[in-house]
Design a protein around this ligand. Sequence first.
Ligand SMILES: [Fe+2]
Length: 468
Amino acid sequence: MRLMTIAMGSVFLVLLTINLFLLSSAPIGRAKIANTFIRSEWPSDDIPLRHKVFAIPKGYNAPQQVHITQGDYDGKAVIISWVTPEEPGSSKVQYGKSEHEYDLSAEGTWIDYTFGKYKSGYIHHCLLAGLEYSTEYFYKIGAGESAREFWFQTPPKIEPDAAYTFGIVGDLGQTFNSLSTLEHYMQSGGQAVLFVGDLSYADAYRDNGIGIRWDSWGRFVERSTAYQPWIWSAGNHDIDYMPNLGEIHPFKSYIKRYPTPFLASGSTDPLWYAIRRASAHIIVLSSYSPFVTYTPQWIWLRQELSKVNREQTPWLFVVMHVPMYSSNDVHFMEGESMRAAFESWFVQYKVDLIFAGHVHAYERSYRISNIRNDVSTSECFPVLDKSAPVYITVGDGGNQEGLAGKFRDPQPNYSAFREASYGHSILEIKNRTHSIYRWFRNDDDKEVATDSVVFLNQYWQAIRGGED
Ligand SMILES: [Fe+2]
């Protein structure tokens, strides 16, 4: 019976693979899908602060806004962050492999900051290093009756066939649509989130409201971020450049609250860095930091790409905020300058997928490049390129700005699928050669992804001489 189930499962997987492969391998100019699905939606207003999704945990000075991220290059460390509101309290994390039994501990540090007249709580960051792979850890923060307990799972060790499931979420904000995205994501089996920028949308507020909405967002996402790492990248709504409040240092709130392991990848700035996790090498870029030739980000990226070992981590992803290919009217061609700077490298190094947000809609491209773009010969249009990445925009988390519903008409040849609905994506890496990618619209049943593709690994495809 079990063998029959496995056999039926295999047949289904083969049929799904053939079906999805046909979709993914359609030549440019064909099979363009522009879904005009109109969904019911909640208003795009932020959830009121008194709502239970922002509830302050009980107990004096109880830790809140708990979130974790990868703390090193290879997934054997975690940074645990939280905020205490009344006084600094302890920055210690107690942890271990058994629930309620903590035989290990690590000491962190705390910082605070002001933003205009807002004064933050005490923001703690604590590194747990030397963890074992594929292990569940339990951890406890805070003291006495205010202590809180959580858990997380470390990734498998770095090896080419390590299976792993990433979620991709972006432009989240704190509306009821954001809550729907978060709840749908949490049912999806994702083990870590690649976050494509624009976290809280607190910059829509004035004066103290900015800091208060960063705090509420931290409590809002804690239901996921305390239990699995979110790999952060920064968007324009995280800049918080407000000279009228005397705030002239970009990304102040974001950097104080959401640390990244940038030093581990030789980066000199928390806004761009790389990590390796399971069978994936993930490069995070900053759309809003200098990136032209000879800038620190450019120099670092050139170095990092040369370090990628596809025999160990066959899957190569890039995460950024502003899409390099998008056929939406909103933010049209804003990514063109970064495309001009980096696209040839992405093709040269056979990047598998490039994830972005910013545009509040969903879109997936074919494997295309525009690296022959030459202003002197007027040759400047994207063409099918089997060495090129697929570009995916997942800026549809559900923030208070609403959806970007107007796509350019006609749908350009590089665009394979596009739809203006709230949702998130899941990328299920099966082994060194295959991954299954799905985009879920919030309204749909979880068993029916709205856009599905089997991606064949770019590195192994090139070695085998196949085509994707
Ligand atoms: Fe944005």
